[in-house]
Ligand binder design. Structure first.
Ligand SMILES: C[S@@+](CC[C@H](N)C(=O)[O-])C[C@H]1O[C@@H](n2cnc3c(N)ncnc32)[C@H](O)[C@@H]1O
Length: 209
């Protein structure tokens, strides 16, 4: 029953929800400058693909959910660059050290069970000159709202396939050994307040850690 929900029903819901205007605007702003050989973690249904620019040489799409991967296939068929689709978790990726120019994560760090392991993998596979591009929802600076995000996270994890509402994304990324090239926050329009607080930016790995 759980598998039916996570593999068949949830991907269809997610594909719809993740196309809200404010989320699509954030994808566009984040992705136009991405270049080189790219790994996108939590590829979902492939909604980022149209927003990558001409400087992308190849993209490896990583996601463990076969149901998401099925919905992504028609979008992959339309891509302007080669896309390799891998059914994998970001906590352990079979890619070489210092081998990719960019890693992209859009609303995925919330859903990864061991987010620190995934960030360690991102750090490992990124070239020293590489860039980590991310936009993530997370823990609100509004203390009342943050309390509710923590109370509701156990429910959210069940209905949204492991998604946490209360991860402090800026802090998690910094603690994993990244430094920001650019980091901003915004409240997404017309998105329920529990999901609205966004961390948006680009980071590079700190080389001496
Ligand atoms: C909220 S969805 C976001 C999908 C997509 N990035 C987007 O912007 O529309 C979270 C995605 O993370 C994926 N995911 C969950 N656990 C993961 C893991 N351990 N490693 C990589 N991706 C994971 C889910 O299957 C899902 O596709």
């Amino acid at each position: 029953m759980k598998e039916l929900y996570t593999q068949k029903i949830f991907p269809v819901i997610l594909d719809h929800v993740m196309q809200f205007d404010s989320l699509m605007d954030a994808r566009k702003k984040l992705l136009s400058e991405v270049a080189g050989h790219v790994v996108e973690i939590g590829f979902g249904t492939g909604l980022n693909l149209p927003f990558y620019g001409e400087r992308v040489l190849s993209l490896t799409a990583v996601d463990p959910n076969q149901g998401m991967n099925r919905l992504a296939e028609p979008r992959i068929a339309q891509a302007k660059f080669p896309v390799t689709h891998r059914q994998l978790s970001a906590e352990k990726m079979p890619f070489d050290n210092d081998s990719v120019d960019a890693v992209v994560s859009t609303w995925t760090l919330c859903s990864i069970p061991d987010v620190d392991a995934a960030l360690a993998e991102i750090k490992r596979i990124l070239k020293p000159t590489g860039t980590f591009y991310l936009v993530e929802h997370g823990l609100s600076p509004n203390r009342q709202l943050a309390k509710w995000q923590t109370r509701l996270t156990p429910v959210q994890k069940v209905i949204a396939d492991g998604c946490h509402l209360n991860r402090d994304m800026k802090k998690i990324v910094e603690q994993a050994g990244f430094e920001w090239i650019q980091c901003e926050h915004f409240n997404a329009h017309k998105v329920p307040s529990f999901f609205a607080w966004m961390t948006f930016g680009q980071a590079k790995k700190t080389l001496n850690r």
